[in-house]
Write a protein that binds this ligand. Structure first.
Ligand SMILES: Nc1ncnc2c1ncn2[C@@H]1O[C@H](COP(=O)(O)OP(=O)(O)OP(=O)(O)O)[C@@H](O)[C@H]1O
Length: 281
């Protein structure tokens, strides 16, 4: 399958901060790939390298087989960064028209807005949009030039359920037409709704690169919490098989109390993943 974006041993430092640590991966045509990781994991940095907004400190990043720094190459991508600023006094239809007009093979403004459920807002000034409507518009604009590959950095943060679904529909219809998307999120649920493949990133490293189902299994851990009677200390453990742990504890005759078992949060699962050797790097 055609590789649209490729990182080979890419490292990016900001002063003392190692934002990306020897990352190698491919984004192939037709994929929707979710980039999952906690704050500061390196998700935006990876997108910024692919989009040519930053250069790697070492290693190589390729876009459509060329350099992401080449404007002609970059014309094939669409991008919505984490934060965007749109001119307040322009109308939604005017902004969409302005952005579409930059591309040789542009989407019709009405079609673009309809795809993201924004058709009723075409005459509204941006200053009069809600936060969710602004965000949807910012995401829609990434698709204005019929890109081959779209980067979306936390596209649905701050959206309510309805707006989130409208946005998901827009992304899905692009994918159904063969489009490729790399999107970041803090939520596995969101990535599950859109992507087949998920990259789990933390501290600049790719901890897992697998199907959403496999990663769900990996992070489908449980947190077991109990008080050891001898010391009186509460002990917290993140495990895959809590039943076995409890059976073994009882068998060993260790006195304990206050047993609690609950699903691990994504944060805890990340920590559990980080403490092991990465499955695929
Ligand atoms: N321009 C910069 N200057 C200095 N440090 C930076 C810069 N950009 C990012 N960093 C640091 O690099 C690391 C990775 O940041 P990055 O924004 O890529 O993470 P992220 O996974 O996108 O986080 P979030 O989920 O919070 O958006 C962080 O420690 C961050 O503070």
């Amino acid at each position: 399958m055609t590789v649209l974006a490729r990182a080979i041993d890419a490292t990016r430092r900001y002063g003392d901060v190692l934002a990306l640590d020897h990352v190698s991966l491919d984004i192939r045509a037709g994929e929707v790939v979710g980039l999952l990781g906690p704050n500061g994991a390196g998700k935006s940095t990876l997108i910024n390298l692919f989009a040519g907004l930053r250069r790697p400190t070492s290693g190589t990043v390729e876009l459509f087989g060329g350099s992401p720094l080449d404007p002609a190459t970059r014309r094939g991508i669409g991008m919505t960064p984490q934060e965007t600023g749109l001119p307040e006094s322009l109308r939604v239809g005017e902004i969409a028209e302005f952005v579409c007009a930059h591309f040789p093979d542009r989407v019709a403004t009405a079609e673009l807005l309809a795809r993201f459920g924004l058709e009723d807002l075409v005459r509204r000034q941006v200053g009069g949009l809600s936060g969710g409507q602004r965000r949807r518009l910012a995401v829609a604009l990434a698709f204005a030039g019929r890109p081959r590959l779209v980067f979306l950095d936390e596209p649905t943060t701050g959206l309510d359920v309805g707006a989130r679904r409208a946005l998901w529909e827009g992304i899905r219809s692009f994918h159904e037409e063969g489009g490729t998307v790399l999107l970041t999120s803090h939520y596995l649920e969101e990535i599950e709704a859109l992507a087949e493949r998920v990259l789990v990133v933390d501290q600049g490293r790719v901890l897992a690169d697998d199907s959403v189902r496999a990663v769900r299994g990996m992070v489908g851990t449980r947190r077991v919490s109990l008080v050891a009677e001898r010391s009186g200390d509460r002990i917290d453990l993140v495990v895959n098989d809590p039943d076995r742990l409890v059976v073994e504890l009882v068998r060993s005759g260790t006195p304990f109390s206050g047993l609690e078992i609950r699903p691990a949060t994504l944060e805890e699962a990340f920590l559990a993943l980080t403490s092991k050797e990465p499955a695929h790097v």
